[in-house]
Design a protein around this ligand. Structure first.
Ligand code: ATP
Ligand code: MG
Length: 349
């Protein structure tokens, strides 16, 4: 991993104002989509951002690229805070970052040909003049494994995989240094997913890109990413080098997510305590650790203490039972078994 920090996000929060109740009564409430998230990405590094639906992954990805709202925090790109950037600074952020979206068809204008779709990006960012555009478009199509003969086709004439490659070509056209790929293969067939992942891995290395790869598919994240950050209800609950997190998950939520995918480690067998129910509403977060109402290891303290991320700098978890946590100064592994019966847990938490 390169040592040069490309992106340094500090204490980022995103809150959405909620409309009042139908009667128009009561205080205005807000939904906490991202809470106090800090994350670094080095040049050439790929970080996997995982977590259940609604955990705030897309909101975080959009906020750091300033494609969505941001309530608090700092977003340093090469040491310059972009959180409130305007004018030329914001233009630099636009030139140096790109997002790849989930829906390969929806992210392209159906009226534009491939040539126009990529040419538009080159033009807006001043990356090629009219004479140079055709050669550059051909080059970009080759880079993403597409034949230049597709240049005059429109999205409706192309497959999902081809459209996604064009989405990637458009992202690469601006020569970004940081890419946020949000579920960018989820809508594709499994065989095509593999090809696109291979492409992203190769391009990431070749172009020394920083990449945040948002996905639900943990096996894919394990294959692609150097580090992994696990989000639960707007917070990062665990972060570390991919193999360390998969080999020794230190937050009960991470452990549940990994155990729910048997093919990641067939030797592990079925989960001892599968994750139950849905996350609570982000409008009304539980006190203490947000995960405690679903946590198989929850203690009474968990409903009172909001645990910070602790551990060795490279691998940290936000759990009082994790190594270095408030109830585990000795640095032991997470308990393997449930320490209290479900009835006791219900009463205590
Ligand atoms: N514009 C918005 N206004 C109000 N609430 C929003 C808005 N965008 C997202 N949210 C809420 O913020 C929370 C986080 O949503 P987000 O889309 O970031 O989650 P996610 O982790 O990307 O989920 P998924 O895996 O389903 O894509 C959710 O509760 C969502 O309903
Ligand atoms: Mg999302």
């Amino acid at each position: 991993m390169s040592e040069s920090i490309l992106l340094d996000v500090r204490n980022l929060s995103v809150e959405f104002a909620m409309s009042r109740s139908r009667m128009g009564l009561g205080p205005r409430r807000s939904l906490s989509a991202v809470s106090d998230v800090s994350l670094c990405v080095a040049a050439g590094e790929t970080i996997g951002l995982v977590g259940e639906s609604g955990s705030g992954k897309s909101t975080f990805g959009r906020a750091i690229l300033r494609l969505g709202e941001l309530t608090k925090g700092q977003v340093f790109l090469d040491g310059q805070d972009m959180a409130q950037a305007r004018g030329e600074d914001l233009a630099r952020l636009r030139r140096e970052t790109a997002m790849i979206f989930q829906d390969p068809f929806g992210s392209l204008n159906p009226r534009l040909t491939v040539r126009q779709a990529i040419g538009e990006v080159l033009h807006v960012h001043g990356k090629a003049d009219a004479d140079g555009a055709r050669a550059r478009i051909t080059e970009l199509l080759e880079l993403v494994g597409l034949d230049a003969a597709l240049m005059d086709r429109r999205p409706g004439d192309l497959s999902g995989g081809q459209c996604q490659r064009i989405g990637i070509a458009r992202a690469l056209a601006i020569e970004p240094r940081l890419i946020v790929a949000d579920e960018c293969v989820a809508a594709l067939d499994v065989s095509i997913q593999g090809q696109i992942i291979n492409l992203l891995m190769e391009l990431g290395q070749r172009m020394h890109l920083g990449m945040i790869f948002i996905a639900h598919d943990l096996a894919m994240v394990r294959r692609l990413c150097d580090r992994i950050a696990v989000m639960y209800l707007g917070r990062i609950v665990e972060e570390g080098p991919t193999e360390e997190v998969f080999g020794d998950p230190r937050h009960p939520y991470t452990r549940s997510l990994i155990e729910a995918v048997p093919e990641i480690d067939p030797a592990r067998g079925l989960p001892a305590a599968p994750l139950q129910g849905e996350p609570p509403s982000p409008v009304d977060l539980p006190k203490g650790c947000s995960f405690h109402p679903r946590c198989p290891l929850a203690r009474s303290e968990c409903s009172a203490i909001l645990p910070p991320l602790v551990g060795a700098r490279a691998h940290r978890a936000a759990c009082i039972l994790a190594p270095g946590g408030q109830l585990n100064k000795a640095g032991d592994n997470l308990p393997k078994t449930i320490p209290v019966t479900p009835t006791e847990r219900t009463v205590k938490c």
